[in-house]
Design a protein around this ligand. Structure first.
Ligand code: GLA
Length: 394
């Protein structure tokens, strides 16, 4: 396992060395796709709402070169020591191993655009925790898409690139996700959050440059199986609500209008919609308050988001709630500005904004109290907002 805390250039050098070991030459290209953490705006992307994520300095890295001959891709995963092989002479299909479907889906997306490279030799490493809700899959898709751009000598529009990656997830991995993860992994910028309007796909940068503020990510190290099936159920409930309300998406409904329509909605569907409508408002507000460095209010919005996800959207779980409760009990006096679950839910990570001078203390307390209450060892790390889709050699 490579050390995830190493600077990107060093990680890239390690992946390049692995490529050389395996294929006996230096790689022609090195690229990386980052994972992400969402500060606020959960389960709003597929409702045409707003999200406020940032790319994190955890990556899927790939080193690659053209194969000596032919049209085959040999994609070696260093972590698992497994190689996926597929042929670009025909339309790329789903296959084994399972993780290779994220890559296959991206190649298929480029094939549809008539952008197919020659055969490739590839080595991949990953420092994004797998299954931790930090979008390791989007980081892989975006790294793969960046490689296809390099190998065909044609960069594409970043929105089109993110959409190819999203489609790979839909069609090859069977996850009906929104656009947040792939967009931020492509478009992330150093020291910036990205306020993304998931309807118009317009983005605004929101600087997170206050040297006093750290983003602390706490992985509960649980992943409840429920997650993937419940995601589709939530999506459907939102679509049902929008249909009954006669709008294209829940983005188009104000809280007043939703409340007025309460009796027309099934109580569960009403609560789902209430989360989404409230969360969209909170996200736009949070972007404004981050810009104003109004940290107490940003914190309140984060807790309100968590409680809404827990009580109305019902995608949290005990471990996430415990982690957020501990953070909230440390409070502003102990350096915690705000905290919430991040990503799809049912396990994975929480994100907290923490005063830099207190961050080590906070991390220690979160880890110790969480373990005492759940008997599970969490993993914690801080990340600055990182750049999306990086070409390290190309
Ligand atoms: C997953 C999906 C995203 C988004 C989040 C919830 O990460 O991939 O599109 O819906 O869940 O905000």
């Amino acid at each position: 396992m490579i050390d995830p805390t190493l600077p990107l250039a060093q990680l890239a050098a390690q992946t390049a060395a692995r490529f050389q070991q395996r294929f006996g030459r230096v790689p022609r290209w090195i690229a990386a796709g980052p994972g992400r953490v969402n500060i606020i705006g959960e389960h709003t992307d597929y409702n045409d709402g707003f999200v406020l994520p940032m790319a994190i300095d955890r990556y899927t890295l790939i080193a690659a070169d053209f194969a000596y001959a032919g049209t085959k891709v040999q994609w070696h995963c260093a972590q698992r020591d497994v190689t996926a092989v597929f042929d670009l002479a025909t339309t790329v299909q789903k296959g084994e191993p399972k993780w290779s479907n994220y890559v296959r889906g991206v190649f298929a997306g480029f094939q549809r655009r008539g952008q197919t490279p020659k055969g490739l030799d590839v080595v991949m490493d990953c420092t994004v925790p797998l299954g931790g809700g930090l979008s390791s899959s989007a980081s892989l898709e975006v790294a793969a898409a960046t490689l296809v751009e390099l190998a065909t000598g044609k960069m594409i529009d970043p929105v089109a690139k993110a959409l190819i990656c999203q489609k790979a997830e839909h069609e090859f991995a069977g996850v009906p996700c929104g656009i947040m993860d792939q967009f931020i992994s492509v478009m992330g910028q150093q020291d910036q959050l990205l306020l993304l309007d998931c309807r118009t796909r317009q983005t605004q940068l929101v600087a997170l440059t206050d040297p006093e503020i750290e983003v602390l990510i706490a992985n509960t190290n649980v992943k409840h199986e429920l997650g993937s099936s419940q995601y589709a159920v939530r999506r459907k409930q939102c679509e049902d609500a929008a249909k009954i309300l006669g709008v294209m998406a829940l983005r188009d409904v104000s809280m007043a209008r939703l409340e007025a329509a309460c009796s027309r909605l099934d109580p569960v569907v009403f609560r789902r919609a209430k989360h989404v409508v409230g969360e969209i408002e909170r996200t736009v507000r949070a972007a404004t308050e981050v810009r104003a460095s109004n940290w107490p209010l940003v914190g309140e919005l984060m807790y309100a988001s968590h409680h809404s996800l827990r009580d109305d959207y019902e995608v949290s779980c005990r471990e996430l709630d415990v982690m957020v409760e501990i953070a909230q009990s440390i409070g502003p006096a102990g350096g915690v500005i705000g905290s919430r679950m991040t990503g799809g839910g049912f396990g994975g990570c929480t994100v907290s904004l923490v005063r830099k001078s207190k961050v080590n203390e906070v991390a220690r307390k979160l880890a110790a109290d969480y373990e005492a209450r759940t008997k599970i060892k969490p993993s914690l790390f801080v990340s600055r907002p990182a750049q999306g889709a990086v070409v390290l050699k190309g």
